[in-house]
Design a protein around this ligand. Structure first.
Ligand SMILES: [Zn+2]
Length: 168
């Protein structure tokens, strides 16, 4: 179970709407499934045009070139690494733990895509070395613009399992 306080959920949805048609992304931190802090992280892909993307050869993104155009469109977010590490430092200083990564789907359901699962598994492959708690993956869907749908998943062994989100 993941508990997201209403004010934090509202800010996540605002963030998703502000970046639409690009995807937003961020980090939720807290304790034992209770979200206490929320970090908006810059989606570096949202700021790049195709030409810039083609020249962007950061190790992680070079993998993007091996993906099909559909898969590439489906990624649509890459968290700014420097902001991520600053958030991680703040989380540690506050004695909190990483609870979840979140991102938006602007026109598809709140379900992890194949690429989302790939990215989550890639993170899993080095997470323990960094001594970071296992995160859930939260997706805010704006498929129905008037009624955003927010869902959380645990992703392990290439399988996504839905985890209940409480926002009361
Ligand atoms: Zn996604």
């Amino acid at each position: 179970m993941l508990h997201i306080p209403p004010d934090i959920l509202r800010d996540m949805v605002d963030h998703a709407r502000a970046l639409d048609p690009n995807e937003c992304c961020g980090i939720l931190a807290g304790k034992d499934g209770q979200v206490i802090e929320h970090y908006r992280i810059t989606n570096i892909l949202a700021k790049m045009n195709d030409g810039e993307l083609a020249r962007f050869d950061q190790a992680k993104l070079s993998d993007l070139q091996q993906l099909t155009p559909d898969e590439r469109a489906d990624i649509a977010f890459q968290m700014d690494a420097r902001e991520m590490s600053m958030a991680q430092k703040d989380i540690r200083n506050k004695g909190l733990q990483l609870q979840a990564f979140y991102h938006s789907h602007t026109s598809s359901p709140a379900r992890p895509s194949m690429t989302d699962i790939k990215i989550a598994m890639e993170f899993e492959s080095y997470r323990e070395k960094l001594n970071i708690a296992e995160p859930l993956h939260v997706i805010i869907s704006l498929e129905n613009k008037a009624n955003p749908d927010t869902r959380a998943y645990r992703i392990q062994a290439c399988q996504a399992t839905e985890v209940e989100v409480q926002t009361g």
